[in-house]
Design a protein around this ligand. Structure first.
Ligand SMILES: Cc1cc2nc3c(=O)[nH]c(=O)nc-3n(C[C@H](O)[C@H](O)[C@H](O)COP(=O)(O)O)c2cc1C
Length: 381
């Protein structure tokens, strides 16, 4: 039975998924210090309880990039989501749309953009990596426009992929990986039936559409490895503006100087993120990085944040630290793996309920009223 968004869905996902997939989701880079700190730093921030303030009227509604959200939450781009549940991107996007929040499709999704966008009645966000293959990027931007994507999320914290040692232990990579994955699949029949058999094609939909032929899991690792571009700089982002005139958000900002550069570049928003602790282990948690970034650029562009958010209380904490809105990564993926679209819908309901309790008991009637004053200062910031 699912009672808590933060722990029960993770446990259920672990039961259902073959270990190579569970650990791919759950793990981080190197010794996973940043992964743990993302969660612990955020959960350790003390909310400031206030009482007797007539909190009968609450509004969680948020305006972001000319869109109205039912609450300040979006689903983060997560690669290979279609491996965690049958056509997982479509299920997650439907759940998000039904709850009035945006879904962000990853570049490296299983379902292609043309499969996901028509399945929902709300505009989708699309995430793009800066890749060497500019032909692919141009093609992806054209396709995003064609299906009505509103907001483009540009992920810039992956000029090189961070090493995730758990993947080699779990069979995601390393010696005999394909045999190990096969063995794990047959010993997890619920997943094997739902995704292994009926979730095909297991493909990187956006990339295979571009290349004109299917790409498997092995290809995914090879293609990514060959295409990340360590030479990228702000200059490289400029040509994107020729192809994209909608809102553009830079994902992977962790330093106030970079946030200022994003303002200079003319970005509409940034996502304060360390990729969920999956890139450079040892960097600041998002919760600790956020206040200085907010001090530097608040009001000049939209500030989003992710990494470590597991509950509605965490959403309120991130907003109190200076975010306008947040993205959920693993939190929604665990729920999707455990119970598909219904799981993500339920997770979003739990997050909303938790936010409501936190807002009532910190005396914030609207998202705009959540501020540094919602935290116990000497403990929280
Ligand atoms: C399994 C997995 C795959 C991810 N794939 C992508 C991706 O394709 N593009 C991207 O920008 N971020 C990707 N991320 C990072 C998320 O967008 C987000 O920044 C991160 O999950 C936030 O941390 P949290 O999961 O602790 O909340 C991925 C994260 C996970 C867990």
């Amino acid at each position: 039975m699912i009672i808590s968004a933060s722990t029960d869905y993770r446990a259920a996902a672990q039961r259902k998924l073959p270990p190579f997939l569970f650990h791919y989701i759950d793990g981080g880079a190197y010794a996973e210090y940043t992964l743990r700190r993302n969660v612990e730093d955020l959960a350790g921030i003390a909310l400031r309880q206030r009482v007797l303030k007539n909190m009968s009227e609450l509004s969680l509604e948020t305006k972001l990039f000319n869109e109205t959200l039912s609450m300040p939450v979006a689903l983060a781009p997560v690669g290979l989501t279609g491996m965690y549940a049958r056509r997982g991107e479509v299920q997650a996007a439907r759940a998000a749309a039904s709850k009035g929040v945006p879904f962000t499709l990853s570049t490296v999704s299983v379902c292609p953009i043309e499969e996901v966008a028509p399945a929902i009645d709300r505009p989708m966000w699309f995430q793009l990596y800066v890749l060497k293959d500019r032909g692919f990027m141009k093609n992806a931007l054209e396709r995003a426009k064609a299906v009505g994507v509103t907001t483009l999320v540009f992920t810039v914290d992956m000029p090189v992929p961070g090493a995730r040692y758990r993947d080699a232990h779990s069979g995601m990579s390393g010696p005999n990986a394909s045999v190990r994955r096969m063995l794990q699949a047959v010993t997890h029949p619920a997943w094997a039936w739902d995704v292994g058999l009926f979730g095909r094609p297991h493909d990187l939909g956006n990339i295979s559409t571009y290349r004109g032929h299917p790409t498997g899991l092995e290809d995914y690792i090879g293609w990514l490895g060959a295409n990340f571009d360590p030479s990228i700089s702000w200059k490289d982002l400029e040509w994107i503006r020729e192809f994209w005139d909608g809102p553009m958000v830079i994902k992977g900002i962790l330093d106030p100087e970079d946030a200022r550069d994003a303002v200079k570049f003319g970005a509409d928003g940034i996502i304060v993120s360390n990729h969920g602790g999956r890139q450079l282990d040892g960097v600041l948690s998002s919760a600790r990085a956020l206040p200085a970034i907010a001090d530097a650029v608040k009001g000049e562009l939209t500030i989003l944040a992710d990494s470590g958010i597991r509950t509605g209380l965490d959403v309120v904490r991130m907003i109190a630290l200076g975010a306008d809105s947040v993205l959920l990564g693993r939190a929604f993926v665990y729920a999707l793996a455990a119970d598909g679209e219904a799981g993500v819908r339920n997770l979003l309901e739990l997050i909303e309920k938790e936010m409501r309790v936190a807002m009532v008991l910190t005396g914030a009637k609207s998202i705009g009223e959540i501020s540094a004053d919602s935290l116990v200062r000497e403990l929280g910031r």
